[in-house]
Ligand binder design. Structure first.
Ligand code: PLP
Length: 375
């Protein structure tokens, strides 16, 4: 076919590897029951309040949605104590990453980002012909902020920080974040991706909105896909200085967030009970799985999130089909550069037990030896 050559920068893009969908595994392995612990979703389902709001709104989808997301912004404004002009809503926070790159990245511009971390930072850069500079986490999977600072140069437009980090669950403290930003040259935006911040309970976890108030050039990204249980609707939000939000608005599609997503997100935000239950379940899951892993001599990376990154002592690429055969979807570590690791999110207590039992069987089948535990 006679097509024009595609933009050269697209050759650099590695396709995103999503968690395998439940239906696909059911089909491929002829299973009735499949549990997915691969995409850090909420096992309790969507907020009941969001479900009710969507049912009430379903007869109104003949109208275009409010392109400005007024009601959702008002709800966020009063919850977070930010100004309306500091908010942008996106079709998932994924879209906001792309909008940000479309706003500020010219071919050859650079961004500094951690490795391993969420792959969409690199994607957003590459789509615009930008260059990603990866800085490895330290051997304990903590951020190496000194090395990240060293990687910043006159072409750097952005630094991406995922806090807590996906896939490790490790985090940067408020103080470390502030010190880092004080050392950055002017004209560099710091993206603080807080997709999992609602699960973080460490007292040193940053109050990123204070940094916004103090005038730092940051874009805080959050999502309704994780604790709010609305991943299928695609809605996330960004909080940043008015000027940055204004700039991003120039590249936004007029109706980027669909009506159901807006209605559900507004209701979910007010559903304190669902939020509290989701948080408690994650805390219980964290304890339950840590104990189960420890019994196998395995030691997960300490997490502030709803998942563990853990060395399972066997190659995760070999383990993956065995998990699938037993009806369990997890994420292999090879995509993050750690083939012997998996990332598994916490499910219901029964799902967590199923995961532990299955991991035990899979390790036995692959001849995995008992590890040294966390001591
Ligand atoms: C760190 C991080 N940021 C952003 C996202 C994407 O969120 P959304 O569903 O809002 O696009 C994810 C999803 O896995 C994530 O792990």
């Amino acid at each position: 076919m006679d097509l024009p050559p595609k933009r050269e920068c697209l050759n650099e893009i590695k396709p995103y590897v999503p968690g395998k969908p439940i239906e696909e595994v059911k089909r491929e392995y002829n299973l009735d029951e499949v549990v997915k612990l691969a995409s850090n979703e909420n096992p309790l389902g969507p907020s009941p309040r969001a479900q009710e709001a969507m049912q009430n709104a379903v007869h109104e989808v003949n109208y275009y949605p409010d392109g400005n997301c007024y009601r959702l912004k008002q709800a966020l404004k009063s919850r977070l104590g930010v100004k309306e002009e500091e908010l942008i809503i996106g079709n998932g926070s994924d879209e906001l990453l792309k909008l940000l790159a479309e706003t500020y990245i010219n071919p050859g511009d650079e961004a500094v980002m951690p490795y391993p971390s969420f792959s969409e930072y690199d994607f957003a850069m590459k789509v615009m012909g930008g260059v990603s500079y990866f800085v490895s986490l330290r051997s304990d999977f903590e951020y190496d902020l000194e090395a990240m600072l060293d990687a910043v140069n006159e072409r750097t437009r952005m630094v991406f920080l995922c806090n807590p980090n996906n896939p490790t669950g490790t985090f940067i403290s408020h103080r470390a974040l502030k010190e880092f930003m004080d050392k950055l040259p002017r004209g560099v935006i710091v993206v603080i991706d807080e997709a999992y911040c609602e699960y973080a309970s460490d007292p040193y976890f940053p109050h990123s909105l204070e940094l916004l108030e103090e005038g730092y050039p940051i874009l805080v990204l959050r999502t309704f896909s994780k604790i709010y249980g609305l991943a299928g609707l695609r809605v996330g939000y960004g909080i940043g200085p008015n000027q940055l939000i204004d700039d991003m608005y120039r590249v936004r599609e007029p109706f980027n967030v669909n009506y159901m997503a807006q209605v559900a997100a507004e209701a979910a935000l007010e559903d304190d009970l669902h939020l509290a239950r989701s948080r408690t379940l994650v805390e219980e899951g964290r304890r339950q799985i840590a104990i189960g892993l420890e019994e196998m001599g395995l030691c997960p990376v300490p997490t502030q999130s709803n998942f563990f990154f853990v060395d399972i002592g066997v190659d995760s690429r070999e383990a993956f089909p065995l998990f699938l055969k037993k009806g369990l979807i997890i994420r292999t570590g090879d995509i993050f550069g750690y083939p012997n690791y998996i990332r598994v999110n916490f499910g219901t207590l029964e799902q967590n037990q199923l995961f532990l039992d299955t991991l035990k069987e899979v390790r036995e089948e692959l001849g995995g030896e008992s590890g040294k535990g966390c001591s």
